[in-house]
Each structure stands twice: as structure tokens, then as C-alpha cells.
Design a protein around this ligand. Structure first.
Ligand SMILES: Nc1ncnc2c1ncn2[C@@H]1O[C@H](COP(=O)(O)OP(=O)(O)O)[C@@H](O)[C@H]1O
Ligand SMILES: [Mg+2]
Length: 288
């Protein structure tokens, strides 16, 4: 599963084949509505009652008494594509790690389909259908693509052929090069392997931490297209992104996280068109 750390430095990335997927611009520029002020209100939390995943007023950090998350709340409805943006150090990765049982939550709760999963161990979360792709060191470089995917299915090896076929549908290049060592792939291809590996457990919700980071623009586009395709197969997705503008173009809803708290929330289009969000978070964050 996705937690195991290969403990090997990634070899230098080989240039990948030219990928020229057109990025679908789906931003509704006419959206006039404004974002909702945050922190999440009790009403928003009630709306979240039917959510697949709800994180409510999360407080967490790495050392006792030093909180990185100061009451952050998010939810994702079944089938939704939800984005989290915000400045460096805002706590976005910490939030995903806290949701996945890797950073201890000291207050607040996480529920999955009305079941409390707060501070549940990562392997148990995987069994319950939560997948996580960390930002870096997310493939085993010395293993082949196929072996990486086998690791993804380690909790249910008999399902491998069927799951492999599904991942091959989404990522045909990976299937065609299944015997190639992951370490010889480009950064973009490695992100596909990492996402493919997380999909091998057939998650109902996938947590993605900055899948486009460090990639050339055309490969970033491919990552966003793939994330939408994964979501279109019915997988609920929570994606953290440094490429804030692109992220807001593809998500159903988004959150701006700042200093471990919700700053703004709304649809992707609402956030992308909100003058305050643009001024505070999109002016310098986005490169595209
Ligand atoms: N493993 C860690 N140990 C201690 N502090 C950490 C660790 N990871 C992140 N932090 C701190 O937590 C804060 C939020 O980091 P992070 O969640 O990575 O932010 P973001 O992903 O929004 O850039 C930062 O101040 C960072 O230094
Ligand atoms: Mg981060």
C-alpha cells in the first residue's frame, strides 16, 4: 500500500514521451456568486451531513502543544472532486496526513459514511476505502511498474488482474511498459504509477497531495486530466494543489486553507473569481 517508504533516493528523471493532452478549460467565467466566508459554519457542517468524508474542526500537529491545524473543516460528498489550495506551510499536507492517520488529531473528528475514523491506522483506512498518494517518494523506484501496482493490491492479491485491467484503462502507457522499473520513469509517469497504485485498492475516496508539483506544464495538464478521469469513474477525490488556478478549474468545490484554518470555500469557479481570493492566494501562487 501507499504508506511503505522505498527509502531510496529517486534516480534522475528520464525524459518521458511527449504528452500532448489538451487541458480542458471548464472554468465558468460568468459565475457571479461569491465565496462563503469561513471558518465553516454549523450550517455548512449540517449540509455536510450526507458527505462521504467529513473532517470537522481538526486540530493536529507534529509536537505536543504546537498545532499546525487549528480547526480546519472539509467535507466531500460521494463522487465529488474537492480541491484544497493555500500558501506554503498552511497545513495542506498535514491535513491530508491527519485524514490518513499519519498525523495525530488532538481535537475534532473525521467521519467516513457516518463512521468515526478519527486517528484510525492508515492500513485500516485503506481497508475501508481511503487511498492516499503522498507528494514525494510515492513509488518504489527499484520495482517495475507492475510490481508497484502489485504492492498497491497487497491487501487483496486475488483482485490484482481485475484491478490491473482497470488501472490499465486509465493509464495505457503504464500497462504497455509494465516491466519497466519505476525509477527510470519521468516525474509525470511516476505520478501516474503512484495514482495507479492507490487505485489498486479500489478506494472510494482518494487523497492526492500535489500530484502536479515539479512537473513540466504539459505533464501537469495530463495529471489534471487524469484526476478528472479517475473522479469520473466514481472515485471521490480530495486534491491538494500548488497550481491553484488549474486546481480550481477542475474541482467541483474548493477550500482555501491558511494557517491551519479555512479561509474561503466555494465552487471552483466562485473561488477563482473572488477578488479577495485572487488578491490573497492566486496572484502569486499560480504560475499558469
Ligand atoms: N514532519 C514534520 N515535522 C514537523 N513539522 C512539520 C512536518 N511537516 C510539516 N511541518 C510543519 O507544518 C507546517 C505545515 O506544513 P505542511 O502541512 O507541509 O504545509 P503545506 O502542505 O500547506 O505547504 C509547516 O510549518 C511545516 O514546517
Ligand atoms: Mg504540502
Amino acid at each position: 500500500m501507499s504508506l511503505l517508504d522505498p527509502h531510496q533516493p529517486p534516480p534522475s528523471a528520464a525524459p518521458g514521451p511527449a504528452q500532448s493532452h489538451e487541458f480542458e478549460r471548464e472554468l465558468d467565467l460568468d459565475a457571479a456568486a461569491r465565496t462563503t466566508p469561513s471558518p465553516a459554519t454549523p450550517e455548512q457542517q449540517r449540509v455536510a451531513g450526507g458527505a462521504l468524508l467529513t473532517a470537522d474542526a481538526i486540530v493536529a500537529g507534529y509536537f505536543p502543544g504546537v498545532n499546525i491545524l487549528n480547526g480546519a473543516s472539509i467535507h466531500a460528498a460521494e463522487g465529488e472532486l474537492v480541491g484544497i489550495i493555500g500558501p506554503n506551510g498552511a497545513g495542506k499536507s498535514t491535513l491530508l496526513k491527519a485524514l490518513f492517520g499519519l498525523v495525530r488529531i488532538s481535537a475534532g473528528s473525521v467521519t467516513l459514511r457516518d463512521q468515526d475514523i478519527t486517528n484510525l491506522r492508515a492500513d485500516l483506512l485503506v481497508q475501508r476505502g481511503v487511498g492516499f498518494v503522498p507528494q514525494s517518494n510515492n513509488v518504489f523506484p527499484s520495482l517495475t511498474i507492475r510490481e508497484n501496482l502489485e504492492m498497491g493490491a497487497y491487501q487483496n492479491p486475488r483482485a490484482f488482474p481485475e484491478r490491473f485491467a482497470r488501472v490499465a484503462d486509465l493509464f495505457p502507457t503504464l500497462a504497455a511498459r509494465a516491466r519497466q522499473r519505476a525509477g527510470s520513469l519521468s516525474g509525470g509517469e511516476r505520478q501516474m504509477v503512484a495514482m495507479g497504485r492507490a487505485l489498486m485498492m479500489d478506494p472510494s475516496i482518494l487523497l492526492l497531495d500535489e500530484p502536479s508539483a515539479g512537473l513540466a506544464p504539459n505533464l501537469q495538464d495530463e495529471v489534471f486530466v487524469r484526476v478528472r478521469q479517475i473522479n469520473a469513474t466514481g472515485v471521490t477525490v480530495v486534491i491538494v494543489e500548488q497550481n491553484a488556478r488549474r486546481c480550481l478549474q477542475i474541482v467541483d468545490r474548493g477550500y482555501v486553507l491558511d494557517q491551519g484554518r479555512n479561509a474561503y470555500t466555494g465552487t471552483g469557479a466562485q473561488l477563482a473569481n473572488d477578488p479577495k481570493v485572487i488578491e490573497l492566494y492566486l496572484g502569486t501562487l499560480a504560475t499558469a
